[in-house]
Design a protein around this ligand. Sequence first.
Ligand code: FAD
Length: 535
Amino acid sequence: MTDTPTIAIVGSGPIGAAYARVVLESHPTARVVMFEAGPQLTERPGASVRNIPDADEKARARELSQGPQAGSLRESLGLPAGVVVEGMFTARQGTHLLDFGGEGSAHAPTFPAAAASTNVGGMGAHWTAAIPRPSGSELVSFIPGDEWEDLVSTAEKLLHANSAAFADSPIGGAIRALLDEEFGAELPEGRGVSTLPVAGDPQPDGTIQWAGADVVFGPLIEVGSPLAERFELRDLSLVRRVETEGARATGVTVEDLRTHVTRFVPADLVVVAADAFRTPQLLWASGIRPPALGHYLTEHPMVISTVALDGERMARFATEDDLKVELARRALNPADPVGAVNRIPSSEPDHPFSLQVMYAENPPFPLDPTHPHAGNTWGYVNMGYGARKQPRFEDGVTFDDAELDYRGFPNMTISYELGDQEKAEIERATAMLRRAGKSLGTFIAEPRLLPPGSSLHFQGTTRIGEVDDGTSVADPFSRVWGFDNLYVGGNGTIPTATSMNPTLMSVALAVRGARKAAADLAAADVTGSEGIPAA
Ligand code: FAD
């Protein structure tokens, strides 16, 4: 018996970080050891790469996160020799495609843009940091409303939520005013055009320090903090198996990617927060195979466009002096392409979509200098509608024990199809995007549907459920069905069809799981753990 239980957490993204923070704050003596397959990129673990001012340093941090697509840096990540990647990068910077085309790559012809990040902080080191709340049918019906309110506000605190980012920007205000003229009358009270809630801390000069897993870790990574003494983060440490005995996880088998030494690390409780594809893959590789594992994959079909803002229309709500002030502020942080951030949130039944409108002084792609809207005085907006995908068993990732991927795990095949409901909603979202664009200016990139997987919001593959009826992987507290002490975390746990960015919801679900884990550990007669051997 020990009164210092050990929790092993797989994955150091925002969700792993939330588990670590809440368990350690809720339990007086527990220790957390976190294993991350990728490298630490920044001095402060898990910080957003967007905050790195130096362009070369930023590019290197992104490349280091790209696992098999990390170019010449691949060997330093402990990847097996001979990993061959074909073709050009098509993933977002800081991510790597799952189906990268070389030997050991996943098979995802119907979900080609699926990608992951492999680094301390996970995708949370590269994300846009938009954290709107879920609403209506996006919510989980079996979590009581007042508890949900507490969970989601706790998640907002953990992520340093800011619901009024750039709210003082007159350019952002003019964009909102024009969108409101177009849509205001048809949107319900409280669900109209507004600023997009983001995770980050406004700085005195008007810029934002974007949040990553670092802010979620908070005191766990502050030198001298008592909680830091009970927390250990091991990077370049690939968890190969969750070990189990009956209904209990007993620990994890971990490969140190620097030395390639593999050993067992005992634990009293295991949390797998290794993203929506690699969490089910690790469970599968560990022989933990609930029928819903990997299935019910959803994401957000994305329709995007770029618009050159119309001077006359903008001038109805902002002056040229306002524009000068805005551009001067933007010049303080030229490495960060995002200015004022606005949105129209989802409202059912008429607007089950989420619109995101990001102002930038330059378009996101090179524009021929002879283009009539090159160098547009009032700048541009990049806009996108996220639509819903209804969960279906048939959509998902399956694993092949006979074919190993580049890391030696059962390889993934992703199957995915849009149904009639999704196609109809995408059509409506496209029509809304056309209206939004026309109300603001002229399209320089027409609305277009991105290839499946592009949202990077992969959900449902380890979904929670109210009862163990084969349609979910974990219980309402994210405990894998049939296990007392094995939790899953991340967007994979979201069981509903949503249109909003999912991280806030996943952090809220993680807070629920972590509170339960801490309470169970406190109540348990913890036996058998001999602590963690030193790295
Ligand atoms: P991740 O952040 O993906 O972290 C999982 C970690 O687990 C990874 O670091 C991985 O290396 C590690 N891992 C995997 N397998 C193993 C193993 N076997 N052993 C050890 N470690 C392992 N979301 C939003 O809500 N809003 C946004 O605006 C937004 N914008 C985005 C923009 C970009 C460019 C990207 C890339 C993502 C964006 N996202 C956004 C998605 C968001 O980043 C994710 O929802 C979030 O990071 C999920 O957190 P996580 O901890 O579950 O997983």
